[in-house]
Design a protein around this ligand. Structure first.
Ligand SMILES: C[S@@+](CC[C@H](N)C(=O)[O-])C[C@H]1O[C@@H](n2cnc3c(N)ncnc32)[C@H](O)[C@@H]1O
Length: 335
């Protein structure tokens, strides 16, 4: 490069400002590569030792016609510092990829993938989506990934369950939107005599919950595939739980949901609801944004508004508990 080119770059193109961004761009490349390598199984494959590109293609079930493009992708990993290439074999190099590859970091890896896949996308796409009237749908989410990352909340929801059981232990519980069924097992562990029923809206989730329960040796929990609005009140429960799913209901349906839940409660029955609420960390803000951009409008609840909605729907003694210190994650217990 001659002096004239250098002068143009510095004084006309302000190249120095771009060079100042190099840390951020490198970090974007690292995050994108490590996320894709994690979800495609490449981190797992390389954690057992160096591999040549054809072996990686085989592990990813790609035909030989894809080898050229696969090598271009792996080269990005090398240039980002996440992989090293020697003697034609790739190995894990970067701190990020090595951390995500460790099985004991599985929940953190899922959270990281949720951030790069959904939070980042929502922040990046929001202006365009708003302009083009384009909404996310539930199909845009990988349910299994969300189930894995949500496991970070288990200790906090368990604490909320303990809170609801303290003093007044219910005899029957209905869990609405039970997901993988973890909290059904927890309730049976702390109260083996408890009658536990559960529903979920998605058939595949119900199948997974039934499989999980049977694998855990919990055989007396009834899990049904149903929409909460379709339940009749022939059966009443002393406690109804709704964990991490109020935002699956559009804001204008939440009143109807709370009234429906109330109609399924036995006299003096209670509702335990846990949810991320507006106003927390960047992760909670991005979750609120994703749901606000979805075809289930409303986003995360505002905690005071939800408290008022519970009162307006006929609940009394609505108690609010911050479950995660420093984060906008709350439990609501209402009679
Ligand atoms: C984020 S998951 C939470 C699962 C579980 N409660 C947990 O905390 O791990 C939300 C669940 O609510 C279920 N759900 C959404 N709308 C529902 C409805 N109308 N009736 C029953 N389940 C519903 C979804 O199918 C999904 O499995």
């Amino acid at each position: 490069m001659n002096l004239s080119t250098l002068r143009k770059l510095i004084f006309e193109k302000n190249i120095l400002s771009f060079l100042r961004l190099s840390g951020q761009t490198q970090s974007l490349y690292r995050c994108a590569f490590a996320t894709a390598a994690g979800s495609s199984g490449v981190l797992n494959l390389l954690s057992s030792g160096p591999r040549a590109a054809p072996e990686i293609a085989q592990g990813m079930k790609l035909g030989s016609d894809k080898l050229h493009a696969l090598e271009a992708w792996l080269e990005c990993g090398v240039k980002a510092g996440e992989l090293a290439l020697s003697d034609g074999r790739y190995r894990l190099k970067g701190k990020l990829s090595r951390l995500l590859a460790q099985p004991r970091n599985g929940i953190s890896a899922s959270l990281f993938e949720e951030v790069t896949r959904y939070h980042y996308d929502a922040i990046l796409q929001a202006p365009r989506k708003l302009r083009d009237n384009d909404s996310y749908t539930l199909d845009d989410q990988d349910g299994e990934l969300i189930a894995r990352s949500s496991r970070i909340l288990e200790p906090f929801v368990e604490e909320a369950v303990d809170w609801a059981f303290a003093g007044r232990r219910p005899r029957s519980v209905l869990e609405v939107g039970c997901g993988a069924g973890h909290y059904l097992r927890y309730m049976k562990q702390i109260a083996p005599q408890l009658e536990v029923s559960a529903i979920d809206y998605q058939a595949s989730v119900v199948d997974a919950a039934r499989r999980n329960l049977s694998g855990w040796g919990v055989n007396d929990v009834l899990v049904e595939h149903a929409d909460v609005f379709s339940l009749d009140d022939s059966q009443r429960y002393e406690l109804i739980t709704l964990h991490n799913n109020i935002y699956y209901f559009a804001a204008d349906r939440r009143d109807a949901l709370l009234r429906k839940v109330r109609s399924l409660l036995a006299p003096s029955g209670r509702l335990l609801l846990t949810s991320s609420c507006q106003g927390g960390s960047p992760a909670v803000a991005a979750l609120h944004l994703w749901w606000s951009l979805s075809d289930v409008p409303g986003g995360l609840p505002d905690k005071r508004q939800l408290q008022q909605q519970l009162l307006d729907s006929g609940f009394t003694d609505v108690q609010l508990k911050q479950l995660l210190p420093g984060e906008s994650y709350y439990g609501f217990l209402a009679s």
